[in-house]
Design a protein. Structure first.
Length: 312
């Protein structure tokens, strides 16, 4: 076979590969669009019946066809952001510990493997662990804290074991591997020349970490935080087992609450009539919240990338 023939076959294979990639991309977008259309079509009766009042209502009474998801929206946002607030500093610290070679290679690989195992653990296992370990601790120490903080509505007692704080603590552990793994990849992508330049200018190791590595890796760390927040918002099983599944709005972290995903998991199997449409409306809200979070995170990440590029 001549050289020209081989080159022609090579470019044909490249064209077929490009077509396959385009087809896979278009199929993914179409599949997502079909899912959204199906959710909207099933939610249409509830949208027509309740409109925007569905978002601001605080009662969920299927026996009277009264539906409002404001407490669940607050519970979803509160549990997710509390989990992110707890997990982000710890996850970035773990990623720094693993990427800065504080340990020899073998222990470092062991810790990486353990983090990956946390990411692969099923959520129901986290839920069972939370029931037998976190729930008693929150109940015991929460009542102690509530007795000494009467003036703070966020720490008002009595402290229930199954509560917003319990679900948030377990969620923080569940999203920790995502933050740690992606942040480590971002930190390891920092060019060696930047670190060597900082050392040459007299910077210490921690000055290099704080003023060179973390600012350069900030877009990747932000992306990790947004992905972790999206997982926390969509987490279902562990949250449904631990949050208490209360439809009442409360400011206290020690009181039972609920989330949109837990509401779907607990009620969809027995739903009938207008309740099914209301639950599909809940699913649509959850999709919008997740997409909005990812979209906002992408805007922030690109802005940080631009700032980082201009700074260097």
């Amino acid at each position: 076979m001549s050289f020209l023939s081989r080159q022609s076959n090579y470019w044909k294979r490249i064209d077929y590969f490009h077509l396959f990639c385009w087809g896979a991309s278009i199929a993914t977008v179409l599949l997502f669009a079909l899912i959204i259309c199906e959710i909207i079509s099933k939610a249409a009766p509830a949208i027509q019946e309740f409109g925007w009042h569905f978002l601001t209502g605080s009662e969920w009474r299927p026996n009277r066809d009264i539906y409002g998801v404001f407490p669940m929206i607050i519970g979803t946002a509160a549990s997710s952001f509390i989990a992110l607030f707890l997990a982000l500093p710890l996850g970035v610290s773990v990623s720094l510990f693993l990427s800065e070679n504080f340990l020899p290679a073998t222990p470092r690989h062991f810790f990486r493997m353990m983090i990956e195992m946390l990411a692969a653990t099923p959520s129901v296992v986290y839920g069972l662990w939370g029931i037998f370990t976190v729930v008693p601790l929150v109940h015991h120490y929460g009542n102690m804290i509530a007795r000494h903080s009467h003036s703070l509505p966020f720490l008002k007692g009595p402290a229930y074991g199954n509560s917003l704080l319990t679900a948030s603590l377990v969620l923080s552990l569940m999203i920790l591997p995502t933050i740690a793994s992606l942040s480590r990849s971002a930190l390891e992508a920092v060019p060696q020349s930047l670190r060597e330049g900082a050392y040459a200018l007299g910077a210490t190791r921690w000055e290099t970490i704080l003023h060179v590595r973390i600012p350069y890796a900030a877009p990747g760390i932000i992306a990790a935080a947004i992905l972790a927040l999206g997982r926390a918002m969509g987490e279902t099983m562990a949250v449904a087992m631990l949050i208490g599944n209360s439809q009442c709005f409360t400011l206290s972290l020690f009181s039972p609450s609920n989330t949109l995903s837990a509401l779907l998991a607990n009620q969809f199997a027995e739903a009938d009539g207008l309740q099914i449409s209301a639950l599909m409306y809940v699913a649509l809200i959850l999709v919008i919240l997740t997409l909005g979070t990812n979209f906002l995170g992408e805007i922030i990440r690109r802005h940080m990338q631009k700032i980082t590029a201009e700074g260097h």
